[in-house]
Design a protein around this ligand. Sequence first.
Ligand code: GLY
Length: 375
Amino acid sequence: MRNPPIRTVVVGGEFEHDVLVGAGLLDVAGQRLAAWEWNGATRVLLVVDANVMAHADRVEASFRSSGHATARVILEASENRKSMDAVEAIWSAALSARLTRHDLIVAVGGGLIGDVAGFAAATFLRGVRWLAVPTTLLAMVDASTGGKTGINLVLPGGDLGKNLAGSFWPPVEVLADPETLATLPSREFQSGLAECIKHAIIDGEDHVAWLERLLPAIAADVSQERLVSLTDLVARSVFVKAKVVTEDPRERGIRAVLNLGHTFGHAFETDPRLDLTHGEAVAVGIMAACQVGEELRGFAHRNRVRDLLSVAGLPTSLPRSVPVADIEARMGFDKKSEGGSLRFVVPCAFGRVEPKVEVPPSVVRGALLAVGCEA
Ligand code: GLY
């Protein structure tokens, strides 16, 4: 077997940070801290997803062996708990651990843990540094990189509004260890693949064709060689995100392409009748966006995208029919709606994705019907 490599992807610009991808990184977090240009931390607070205690043990052991005092706060990773309660729990733990502005918060878990821990880090003592140790594919290829942190809010009427309060506060580094993916439930792994497919569509034909070859191999492979493929998968996907974030860290323009499939996806995800994970909802959202692209921009690859999502084990239409008006109402609450008109990220071709396209309501409705909403 080839030795699993450690790859480094650099996010440049305002939110400069490195993303390291490779097997064994869980055990070197403490050493990494000593290697950073800034290394003044003496205390480390780990914010840990209750499902990944064994991974957190390894990270904590590495900080202890590098001479840091550690403490831990354990959170339940669910969208309902991505709230101020969780942020307050982290602030309290940080006070108990006597964290100062020189110290470090470390998020060990999925995107949800990173979002909450990053937001707590952004606000505790007006900002302390944080390190992301993502343990899900979704968090590795998307959530951990690029500095978006935040929580959900409850909308008037009681529904959950996703990521409606937060800040841009990038981690000092991301350590993505693909060994953690071995214990990830397959539905969670597939959820992350939706973001990999999104990045490939944004990147271009080569990346899409590479995924078309790689995904069936990853699904079939249970050997150690799989770690090499997973490292490649994560690194190539993060590279796309890093390029976009470097250019437009605060989403004033081009970064919005990373929301491909998400305006539709958030509406599907927040409808409890559909019971979709984030990645599943984004997968169906990508199909709806492809339909819009076909209609408005001549996008010609809807079938290839459908096949790729299917090979990844993701849905390409809704698991049950819901009234189209319900989903339209949910989309009206999305942050991406501007001045009353809905704007969408629309694929024109592989490698050419247009953000902020104003889409006529009839075209939105057509796309929703095409993925299984009922009139
Ligand atoms: N997940 C989209 C972004 O980070 O901009």
